[in-house]
Design a protein around this ligand. Sequence first.
Ligand SMILES: Cc1cc2nc3c(=O)[nH]c(=O)nc-3n(C[C@H](O)[C@H](O)[C@H](O)COP(=O)(O)OP(=O)(O)OC[C@H]3O[C@@H](n4cnc5c(N)ncnc54)[C@H](O)[C@@H]3O)c2cc1C
Length: 380
Amino acid sequence: MKTISVLGSGIGGVVATHELQRKINKSLTYKIFLFEKEEQFTFAPSLPWVMIGKRKYEKVKKKIDVLASDYVQVIKGEVESVDPEKLSVKVNGKEYKSDYIVIALGAETKVEHNLDKYGHNFFSLDGADAFHKQLINFSGGKIVVLVSSLPFKCPAAPYKAAMLIESFIRKRGLRDKTEISLYTPEPLPLPVAGKEVGEAVMEMLKKKRINYFTNHQIESVNEKTISFTNGTKDNYDFLTFTPKHTCPNLFSNSPITSKSGWIEVNRNTLETMYSNVFAIGDITSIPLEMSKPLPKAGVFAHYQAEVVANNIAEKLNGTQNFKTFDGYGECFLELGDGIAGYAKGNFYASPIPAVEIKRPSFWRHLGKVWFEKYWWFKYF
Ligand SMILES: Cc1cc2nc3c(=O)[nH]c(=O)nc-3n(C[C@H](O)[C@H](O)[C@H](O)COP(=O)(O)OP(=O)(O)OC[C@H]3O[C@@H](n4cnc5c(N)ncnc54)[C@H](O)[C@@H]3O)c2cc1C
């Protein structure tokens, strides 16, 4: 019997598991081990909506048990180590060997500078929900959305959060009593997507009177003030932030990580330097020609999972319809007021990614709402 270990049931792991079952011939005997430490899957793209109460806490998560099937064994527990040479994985002290490994453990996030003492980490469901609970009692003052470090997943997330907050505040009649600022270490929004996209997002922020500060790296924070490494300071009344992202600790001394600290893969096949060991999504770092890495985003984890699952299935089926990941990605940019922009393009284009941004519209917002429904319907 052939076996495939899928590590992590986040966006990449869920899609890979689904696609493997769809593509492997039903006449073959095989088993997928799906390892996950959490009881529930959370659909992170819905978190900015949770912040403003457009989605309820319970509506953006589902139990991972439903992913089990005749072909899938869900194994709950912490992946402790991966031996890529022996194709083995240790979980809760037990060794699992398989013919293929797909590593989809995402980025590890950590709150630094005691930020969670003073604000809410909107990259977690609890943080986004706690932000909302404070927002509904907010009566005016200074709101800060802070990008605490680079890189972070979903380069558009802080911009969506700031614009949705603005819309919420305005509808409550508090706009004139509220200042909203976004601080980031980036030189412009979504820098890998290029100048045109960055400037378009800056224009959106400007129209919404959201103060935008680039090249600001937090140094410290207290109950009133954030200090930045460039010597500037700002006061705040209400704070939300992104956490620090790193490659999961279990890979800190692993030969499959590159100098970047993240897992190194072939950018088209997602295979690591070990055959039959693949890594997809946020845990990888894929250098682009422009000398910045491919952004971390669910859309890439999703498309990479489809490629890897297809290619493993082709090998098992004894057929040759191999696919490659071509660097294409897309993203909705929610502005609030029922409208969204949309950016899409080829991030592997030479010499720089070829990404275009479409004007915000009601239909694009509907596209995002539809995609969320489609996700739950298709995978859970
Ligand atoms: C607020 C927010 C909004 C976003 N919006 C968008 C968007 O609109 N579009 C988009 O494309 N992307 C978006 N993203 C980014 C997207 O969610 C991630 O890029 C995507 O989830 C990455 O997929 P992944 O499979 O690599 O990792 P994840 O989805 O993070 O999955 C990793 C899984 O591995 C598990 N795991 C980790 N370590 C272990 C271990 N040691 N043992 C067992 N299990 C483990 C985790 O619990 C998790 O379930 C958003 C993210 C956030 C935070």
